[in-house]
Design a protein around this ligand. Sequence first.
Ligand code: F6P
Length: 345
Amino acid sequence: MRIGVLTGGGDCPGLNAVLRAIVKRAVRSHGWEVAGVRHGWRGLLVDEVDVLDLDDVSGILPRGGTILGTSRTNPYHDPDGEERVRRAFQTHRLEALIAIGGEDTLGAANKLAASGLPIVGVPKTIDNDVNGTDYTFGFDTAMTVATEAIDRLHTTAESHDRVMVVEVMGRHAGWIALEAGIAGGADLILIPEFPVTTKEIGEMVTRRHDRGKSFSIIVVAEGAQVSDDSGAPLFVPGEKRDAFGHVRLGGIAPAIAEQVEAATGFETRYTVLGHIQRGGSPTAFDRVLGSRFGVAAVDLVAEKGYGRMVAVQGTRIVTIPLTEAVGSMKVVSPELYETARVFFS
Ligand code: F6P
């Protein structure tokens, strides 16, 4: 049997752990051949497919990024995209495909599987917002990087009596901001799920400083909903969009910092962590989760569980229909945000 594997969407620490696990399980346990599709769905559209053998995956476990490369190519962007993917299956003799990705890659995988192609999914994103799985690999690494950054910003904020605004990734869901914010002792966490006004932010900072504190740390997710006094969004992203129609985010922190300084009179600085959260070596947690997902995805192919995705629920690896994973996002619940609020100033 010959199976293909691709990594799509934004890269993510732990992708190489999944690829290594897929090749080892497929080759050693099942005697299959694995074909690596380059740059996500694009590799199938332009025939960039090469054999991935045991030597190719040797030593890649601690490496960030993906040895296959990735892209945000949407096969449904072109009217004949689905047909071209189907042809690529034949050209490269693929009897099944493992698609590793977030909402967009899995959304395309779901449509292709519904059209009859033998595809299974592996959930990936630092944003941790895929439905049906408690965690996606990459999230733990991003959260750890953000927590360390917050710790570092704490000491300089304290020394200079400043307010620090730290922007982390999180387009639709605020998981990184929430968990890094709790872990780093943030005084306020702003996430897409719970809109806030600049007035409320200013009041919080003033309250804290009235109590004798001389510095504050505000953690904000890039997709946070913050409105100004007139009710208008404080930050409006630019026009640029990817093939799935998502605008490019990043840049809400400077706008918040300016408003906080103007409203409170306290010196304020901002830091945008950006892709630093996505790069570099995965944490042990992400290496283990990625390895477990990779093994389970190959076993899912062996069972012909097409149209399904591997997931972690509690401590167990399970499989769920792709339709349950796509369409809506896993967001932070009011209960969890309420817990975070206990630590706000
Ligand atoms: O992978 C999801 C994500 O991390 C989002 O939080 C972020 O908006 C996006 O990727 C940015 O990715 P890129 O700069 O690669 O388009």
